[in-house]
Design a protein around this ligand. Sequence first.
Ligand code: C2E
Ligand code: MG
Ligand code: MG
Ligand code: MG
Length: 285
Amino acid sequence: VAKKSGRNSVFAFEKIMEDRVMRRAETEMALKRAIRNDSIVPYYQPLIDLRSGEIRGFEALARWEAGPNHIIPPSDFIELAEDAGLIVELSERLLRAACRDAMAWPDSIRLAFNISPIQLSDRQMGLRIMNVLMETGLPPQRLEIEITETALVRDMDSATAILGELQAAGIKIALDDFGTGYSSLSQLSKFRFDKIKIDRSFVTGFETDKKREDIVRAILGLGQGLGISTTAEGIEEDHQLDFLKSIGCDFGQGYLFGKPVSADETRQLLEHRGSAASAMDSSAA
Ligand code: C2E
Ligand code: MG
Ligand code: MG
Ligand code: MG
């Protein structure tokens, strides 16, 4: 009896594993299809100059448009794309689409674009990005590449080579989610970033935890000391904005100014406001 039930549980286990492998294979196929038929598109969230209140750029954030009213967030497919070896293709298509969209914006409006740590092990990365810029006509000065801290940890030599190439071409490099990753300060000493994006977790919860205010103040000091501009992520409330402005944070991003929206809505937003119009009309004066 024991032998029999043992065998059954082995079968059951195999069945579960088989289902899992099948499901994963199906999801990968669906992802590959979505990439090839451009169902994964960039949405855009405004980046605000906190001194003037003007929109100075947009961050491209990937969205999988899986059906009417069915939008899948990047947390559900970027890692899968990385694991399935699809991230390079996905990223190149997204960048091409984003550069084309940005070409329809005023010249003063920049494009921020995220790349995965894995892509910094690809020695062709710099060339790929430059090719897309040439193909679409977007000047390198209008592009900002955002990377998370883990990116540099994986393959330091390759990462610094690629980021150096991009900077030499006039592209700005931002360190994303600052303060959350592996050894933030050591990353800052290894590469000359153009900007730091302070992670949302420090901005959320100012009211409950005064230490976070002190940390943000210290990060700004660090940025100033290094001559690097600072952007605060995840600004949702007026009092957060007021505090960040009072301590001299350069740029801000968050639902208070706008959630990520489609390319069409972005163009409409820019036409309505004009590039010089204040994005803070509805919030702080
Ligand atoms: P991220 O680069 O740090 O982007 C900021 C994230 O914070 C976005 O989430 C944005 O929608 C969200 N956010 C902005 N303001 C607020 C706010 O006020 N409140 C809250 N609760 N959230 C806010 P999203 O779009 O889900 O993207 C998540 C992450 O996925 C991004 O974090 C980025 O690391 C990654 N990602 C997005 N698009 C791409 C892409 O094209 N390539 C790669 N490699 N990664 C991407
Ligand atoms: Mg980002
Ligand atoms: Mg971030
Ligand atoms: Mg993030």
